[in-house]
Design a protein around this ligand. Structure first.
Ligand SMILES: Nc1ncnc2c1ncn2[C@@H]1O[C@H](COP(=O)(O)OP(=O)(O)OP(=O)(O)O)[C@@H](O)[C@H]1O
Length: 358
């Protein structure tokens, strides 16, 4: 096992006008499960492929353990990969598929057998060792790909959207299995996904990427609860964080949203007379009256089973609210919405960065 250190990695593909990765630096601790999350085209796969050695950076450095591997051939980096499109060999049975890399490496047959049985047991593939991939389900095939990767005893495991070919239910169960497995193995893992639920569920830390850069890298609860910038708040969550813009009143104590106002923390009184953005998660807003409640107009109510999603407007600004499943009201009416002070995150509209108020 080993830590992985990326330093200022820059990659521009031939003919491209923008950098696929733009001075990306990241330290993945020994045994850590790091998820790279972000919208399509943000550079996740490029970063993973550079770690794998399948792409070379224009500049920057990649260190695995205590070795600089930036320009080392892929097979000498001691890492295993599971890719979305990394199909299993159709003409080899499950056991042969799992043991393939070990045999190529010249591992003695008895050792190959022992490791194949170990991985098959971990991934619940033992009953299928003699089967050919055509007779496996999608989830079982994907488990074969994971088993093939883990038998290699690599320092680092790289996975690029390994669950994306599975249907929703299978994805859910395999996600939990994968989390348990990787926790037991303790292998340093870099995992690429554009699925935020997968990222939050699996990662020890999540690096949220945007346009070739890391927008925030932190524990799942931290990136969700305290998005470092508007991009992360607006990317994570379903629906994502709401943002309301207002002007801080002259005395610095309230934010005027356009006719209604809300208390501003004392630490932000320096914003008096200036605009400020409030970020609040839909599930944090309470549909209730009381002190400091704002009046919103209900536009749409969507019963979603475990909750009711409300599309509302406060002072003409759109706000999504996640209400209890039994909540009912007629669209067009007015609602009292309370935004608890502890749920407020404050952003500088000029920089889009989270403002520290504690
Ligand atoms: N082989 C290539 N040649 C030229 N440009 C490329 C190549 N591969 C990727 N790109 C570009 O580099 C940028 C980053 O792509 P990358 O595949 O790393 O993003 P991603 O976040 O993994 O996206 P996705 O989730 O869609 O796979 C994109 O603008 C993409 O169009």
């Amino acid at each position: 096992m080993a830590e992985v250190v990326l330093r200022d990695l820059v990659k521009t593909y031939a003919g491209a006008t923008v950098r696929a990765t733009d001075e990306v630096s990241l330290e993945v601790a020994d045994g850590e499960f790091m998820v790279l999350l972000g919208p399509s085209g943000c550079g996740k796969t490029t970063l993973l492929r550079m770690v794998a050695g399948l792409e070379l950076p224009d500049s920057g450095q990649i260190v695995i353990g205590d070795q600089d591997v930036t320009y080392l051939e892929p097979r000498r980096r001691n890492l295993s990969m599971v890719f979305q499109s990394y199909a299993v060999f159709p003409n080899k049975n499950v056991a042969e598929n799992i043991g393939f890399g070990l045999r190529v490496r010249g591992t003695p047959a008895a050792e190959v057998r022992r490791k194949v049985e170990w991985a098959a047991d971990l991934l619940q593939l033992s009953p299928y060792l003699d089967r050919y991939p055509a007779k496996l389900s999608g989830g079982q095939r994907q488990r074969v790909a994971v088993a093939r990767a883990i038998v290699m005893d690599a320092d680092v495991l790289l996975m690029d959207e390994p669950l994306s070919n599975l249907d929703a239910l299978l994805r859910l169960s395999f996600r939990a299995e994968l989390k348990k497995l990787v926790g037991e193995l303790g292998t340093t893992t870099l995992y690429v996904t554009h699925d935020q639920v997968e990222a939050l569920s699996l990662g020890d830390r999540v690096a949220v990427m945007r346009e070739g850069r890391i927008a925030q890298c932190d524990a799942p609860t931290a990136v969700y609860d305290d998005p470092a910038n508007e991009f992360v708040g607006g990317f994570l969550g379903s629906p994502p964080m709401n943002f309301l813009t207002g002007t801080v009143e002259r005395d610095g104590s309230k934010l005027d949203l356009g006719g209604q106002s809300l208390a501003v923390p004392h630490a932000l009184s320096t914003f008096a007379g200036r605009t400020l953005k409030l970020g609040v998660r839909p599930e944090a807003i309470e549909v209730a009256g009381g002190d400091g409640a704002l009046q919103g107009e209900l536009q749409v109510l969507e019963p979603l089973g475990s909750s009711a999603l409300l599309t509302t407007e406060i002072c003409g600004q759109p706000v999504k609210v996640q209400a209890p499943p039994t909540f009912r009201a007629e669209p067009g009416g007015s609602l009292s919405l309370r935004i608890p002070p502890e749920a407020c995150r404050w952003y500088d509209p000029e920089t889009s960065l989270l403002l520290e108020v504690r």
